[in-house]
Design a protein around this ligand. Structure first.
Ligand code: TYM
Length: 332
């Protein structure tokens, strides 16, 4: 039995990195797997959130999933806080997780910065909650962008530690699925920095809610170098901004970078950018339009999330009872 679990945080708007690195792959995978797609609202609490903004972002991420092509009937689509078993399993798993494993997490180090003592406990134990998300559904596959690789390795380690402790293969070791050309989309302002929701520059990312004019402006302003496009992928290695734009084009067009270079080798960036704007708008505008239609009926989004939450609960509760039996906790 193969099952997928994946999720996104409802912190600010989703961007092109979230779409190309993860969401678009989910859409393709939903026909081959039983899928559980989650809006991980509890993870979002690791940074300060305004209640009304958070509520809207949860709905917006849900709308983005559906607008991109996730079928809420075929798949289980819900928000994490609806299912208390996520928090419960996170506690249980934290008791099998040595601190040394968490101390290695590079994302915590980046996010906590120099003032580690000021960082909250949630940020530190974030990867344990993520492991709980995945293991609660006994997921075998987790489609994510490259930046989640280390968290996935930790989830595998925690699953292995639990299995070894009780001498049985209860949890499958979840496999990361890091797929496609754009597994790490970079900032439009700096080709060595990841495109991220937390970058203070709006020009660093294309949001899934950006209109055609905004997309065009951001791509035209994107940092490049003065050379024309090369004819080999190797020649992109020392040119991170050029590489990023070619990668974005390839991912949106469903082609390889080689194929894109075969068409654009020798072109100036000004003309390549015009083609990239056209392609981006053609691919993203229908999704944005659908998102806005869905967001016009918040009641319907909430209803969909509730129904998905009930389906998720049924599966989660069944597994949690099994886990409690293994550990020696009494059943409710
Ligand atoms: P989050 O919300 O940061 O990102 C959601 C997904 O988008 C991918 N992604 C990117 N891919 C390519 N290029 C980028 N610049 C880029 N930025 C983000 C991420 O890899 C991710 O797949 N910890 C997770 C959320 C989470 C989760 C889970 C994921 C919580 N529980 C269980 C999978 C399974 C996160 O912060 O994703």
């Amino acid at each position: 039995m193969n099952r997928i679990f994946s999720g996104m945080q409802p912190t600010r708007q989703l961007h092109l990195g979230n779409y190309l690195g993860a969401l678009r792959n989910w859409v393709a995978l939903q026909d081959q797997y039983e899928c559980v797609f989650c809006v991980v609202d509890l993870h979002a609490l690791t940074i300060s959130q305004e209640p009304e903004v958070l509520r809207n972002n949860i709905r917006e991420v849900t709308a983005a999933y559906i607008a991109a092509g996730i079928d809420p009937e075929k798949n289980i689509l819900f928000n994490q806080s609806f299912v208390p078993a996520h928090s419960e399993l996170a506690w249980i798993l934290s008791c099998y997780t040595p601190l040394g494993w968490l101390n290695r997490m590079t994302q915590f180090k980046e996010k906590a910065g120099k003032q580690k003592d000021q960082a909250n406990l949630g940020l530190y134990s974030y990867p344990v909650l993520m492991a709980a998300d995945i293991l609660l559904y006994k997921a075998t596959h987790v489609p994510v962008g490259e930046d989640q690789k280390q968290h996935l390795e930790l989830a595998r380690d925690i699953a292995g530690a639990f299995n070894r402790h009780y001498g049985q293969d209860y949890f499958p070791l979840p496999e990361p699925q890091i797929l496609g050309e754009a597994t790490r989309v970079m900032s439009l302002r700096d080709g060595r920095k990841k495109m991220s929701k937390s970058d203070e520059s709006e020009y660093s990312r294309i949001n899934m809610t950006d209109d055609a004019d905004t997309i065009a402006q951001k791509i035209r302003k994107a940092k490049t170098d003065p050379e024309p496009l090369p004819d080999t992928v190797e020649a992109l290695e020392a040119r991170p901004e050029a590489d990023n734009l070619v990668t974005i084009y390839a991912a949106l067009a469903g082609e390889t970078r080689e194929k894109v270079l075969a068409s654009f080798a020798g072109a100036q960036f000004s003309s390549f950018k015009t083609s990239l704007v056209d392609l981006s708008v053609a691919k993203l505008a229908p999704i944005t339009r659908r998102m806005n239609e869905l967001l016009a009926d918040k009641g319907e989004i909430d209803r969909l999330l509730r129904r998905g939450g009930e389906r998720a609960t049924a599966l989660a509760e069944r597994h949690l009872v099994e886990i409690k039996d293994i550990i020696g906790l009494l059943r409710p």
